[in-house]
Design a protein around this ligand. Sequence first.
Ligand code: MN
Length: 218
Amino acid sequence: MASRFLFLALFALAISHAFGSDPSQLQDFCVADPMSQVFVNGFVCKNPNAVTADDFFFSGLDKAGNTSNNLGSSVTPVSAANLGGLNTLGISLARLDFAPAGLIAPHYHPRATEILVVIEGTLYVGFVASTNNQLFTKVLNKGDVFVFPQGLIHFQFNKGWTNAVALSGLSSQNPGVVTVANAVFGSNPAISDDVLAKAFMLDKNTIDWLQAKFSAAN
Ligand code: MN
């Protein structure tokens, strides 16, 4: 009986591992067909006979994103949504731009680990472990690399006096992003302020004030 339970537990663990990242592909490629009305996990494949080199190509990542916003940062994703050849390949890319003191606010990717390389400037980056809330941080300069494990809350902040640029590789064709403050204080409809006042140990007026700010930002 105990060994049967152990077998089931290990089997469940194996299954959960198998789905810990994007599923592996069953063919060379499955270029996304954006016109399809069929909904599958990812995108339907375009007819392989109609695939060309352009389906694996994206141009424009040399251009800086617009950082004229409250946070002073910009993310330019290259994912299966705008590079159809990435469909089913389990990988994507993003260009990150920062004005001086620009911030990519604490967020997590539900489907991807992120590996970042600084191209220009100086970034203060970090993530928080889920087990004990331990914070891991580092100051990165040009050429430095840092990895943010899948599903963990992390941030990137430009602590230099110049613009900063980084590139991130992500282990999903569609990493997703949950920006913590926006999700909690700017959800639609709003989470009850009774809930948030208790959760954040704040009075309800402060919660209402935060909710007004973030619902306007979302
Ligand atoms: Mn990220």
